[in-house]
Design a protein around this ligand. Structure first.
Ligand SMILES: [Zn+2]
Ligand SMILES: [Zn+2]
Ligand SMILES: [Zn+2]
Length: 396
């Protein structure tokens, strides 16, 4: 039923454009025109559709269509998750449509950086009246105004996604035309919005439309090989599952999608998932040590990571009356107590006899120095060997 409503909308738009452009009528021979109109008559429409056709395009002065390869103006994405959540190959379905259509299909070409405005933006490819097959801009305003939802091709490989996008790129600049038959060939002389996306998917073996005259935006929206990831009426949330995956959830019931993190460079030591912000350490921190007080020094990495740790002193310097032996890591003075050092020892020690004082300062025997410096030394706590940081937490 919805298909026929959409097709009817196409018809009405078609008629309106023919009416306004006048001349176009003349390009149809009498016989051909009748044949074409007979095909459209298979569809029905009602007054409601006519009303939706009169809605105006755009609520802002943004440029959405025919942008080419540069951002026409700055776009504020800060209150939206579009830049974080969308990926190349995502299928755009606009309920409100454009140019009087009650539905529109497009595909995400990618997230691009524009040097003029120093920001990222979402570029899509779409077949649009007046703009032909062209590049468009997806903004938060367009997303809401066009009542948009986004589906992701869950079963598609990266090669297939690239193939789909390449297909659309190869069709750029071909004219827009609501022809009354579907042609998926890359040699097709013209396209309408959903026909282009359908043909691009078909070029990668995803053939889901059989039968009627039109492939509607809705057909692509409900394609079983794609899963909804964003919807203008619902909130999407991303949950980190583990070090490899996150999961999309929407307040709209019945969908969730798990996928691999989308890692991007974060700083010298970390990559971060641009979707869920999960951080993965890719390199050991390169510490500088700075004396903080008599108990601790700071270990700081140029990536911004910083932690406060107890000083480490050699057991050779623990002698009665030696109040401030030098820390072997930061070279600053460490407090080990003074009257009777033994009274402040914890009961925890390494196998070789290193131990941690109650103030957090670590006293190391020579045999443990290397293991301590490379982070592998463990201490006994109630017959369990544990890491120093965990031990300190327990002793607190
Ligand atoms: Zn993630
Ligand atoms: Zn670091
Ligand atoms: Zn120190």
């Amino acid at each position: 039923m919805k298909k026929s409503i959409f097709a009817a909308s196409l018809l009405v738009f078609f008629l309106i454009s023919v009416f306004y452009k006048g001349n176009n009528l003349k390009t149809y021979g009498k016989g051909e025109e009748e044949k074409s109109l007979n095909s459209y008559k298979l569809c029905e429409y009602n007054d409601e559709d006519l009303i939706s056709l009169s809605s105006s395009d755009g609520v802002t002065d943004e440029t959405w269509y025919g942008i080419g390869t540069s951002l026409p103006h700055p776009v504020n994405y800060s209150n939206s998750d579009l830049l974080k959540f969308l990926k190349p190959g995502d299928l755009i379905f606009e309920r409100a449509g454009s140019y009087g259509y009650s539905g529109h299909s497009a595909i995400v070409e990618g997230i691009f950086y524009d040097s003029r405005y120093n920001q990222e933006y979402i570029r899509i490819i779409e077949a649009m009246p007046e703009y032909n097959v062209s590049r468009g801009l997806l903004t938060p305003n367009r997303f809401d105004d066009r009542k948009t939802s986004v589906s992701r091709l869950t079963g598609a490989s990266e090669e297939q996604i690239n193939g789909i996008i390449d297909f659309c790129i190869s069709q750029l600049n071909k004219p827009y035309n609501v022809s009354h038959y579907m042609d998926s060939s890359p040699d097709s002389p013209n396209w309408y919005c959903s026909e282009l996306i359908w043909a691009a998917l078909k070029s990668q073996g995803m053939d889901f439309h059989h039968g009627s005259f039109y492939v509607c935006p809705e057909d692509i929206h409900i394609y079983s090989g794609a899963t909804l990831v964003m919807h203008y009426e619902y909130q999407t949330e991303i949950v980190e599952i583990d070090s490899t995956e996150h999961e999309f959830f929407c307040s709209l019931p019945s969908y969730s999608i798990k996928e691999k993190h989308n890692f991007v460079f974060y700083n010298n030591c970390y990559e971060t998932c641009r979707t869920c912000n999960y951080k993965k350490q890719i390199k050991e921190h390169n510490y500088q040590y700075v004396w903080l007080n008599y108990r601790q020094h700071n270990s700081m990495c140029d990536c911004g990571y910083i932690k406060s740790e107890g000083h480490a002193v050699s057991i050779n310097y623990i002698k009665p009356g030696q109040k401030y032996p030098i820390c072997m890591i930061c070279n600053g003075p460490a407090s080990v107590g003074f009257i009777n050092t033994a009274s402040i020892y914890t009961s925890s020690s390494s196998k070789n006899g290193s131990y941690i004082l109650s103030n957090g300062v670590v006293v190391l025997v020579d045999a443990d120095v290397e293991a301590y410096l490379n982070g592998t030394l463990k201490f006994d706590y109630q017959n369990i060997l544990i890491e120093k940081d965990n031990l300190i937490t327990l002793l607190r």
